[in-house]
Write a protein that binds this ligand. Structure first.
Ligand code: ZN
Length: 150
């Protein structure tokens, strides 16, 4: 027989997963995460800053502020409420936000990541109207660009 070729005996049967064994595994995972030391060890093992897979750079401020406004606007109806409303509601930065309120990167790559710390610069929009609003905004910007280059 050539070297490196072996007669395979029957493959070792995989341990059967029963609802009991599943429950056992779940219990082990649960126990691991309820140990406060485990969470800290996992956290300590993660790379910091830019090397962390969750690194969002400029998006951090944006996301934190967005969450805060979202919470304060919760329960309000869509700002352009009509019969075409659909999808979950979200807070949207108003187009007429004064420039001095705007924070965040103005770099082309992170457009749309501008935010404001003023709650009044935000409005609630449903998914449908939010899309429409952002689309109108882009169209307007394109029109303006067209004008300046004409
Ligand atoms: Zn709507």
């Amino acid at each position: 027989m050539p070297k490196g070729v072996y007669d395979r005996t029957m493959a070792k049967p995989r341990p059967r997963r029963t609802s009991e064994s599943r429950e056992k595994m779940r219990a082990i995972t649960r126990a691991k995460w309820t140990d406060p030391g485990y969470r800290d060890r996992v956290h300590a093992a993660l790379p910091r800053g830019e090397r962390n897979p969750s690194w969002r750079g400029d998006a951090v401020g944006y996301a934190a502020v967005h969450t805060r406004h979202q919470r304060s606007l919760q329960g309000q109806p869509c700002a352009s409420a009509d019969e075409t409303c659909s999808g979950p509601f979200a807070c949207a930065l108003r187009r007429d936000t004064p420039a001095e309120h705007l924070l965040g990167s103005t770099a082309e790559a992170s457009r749309g990541l501008l935010f404001s710390l003023h709650a009044e610069d935000y409005q609630v929009l449903c998914t449908h109207h939010h899309r429409q609003y952002d689309w109108d905004q882009e169209k307007n910007a394109a029109l303006h660009r067209g004008k300046t280059h004409a």
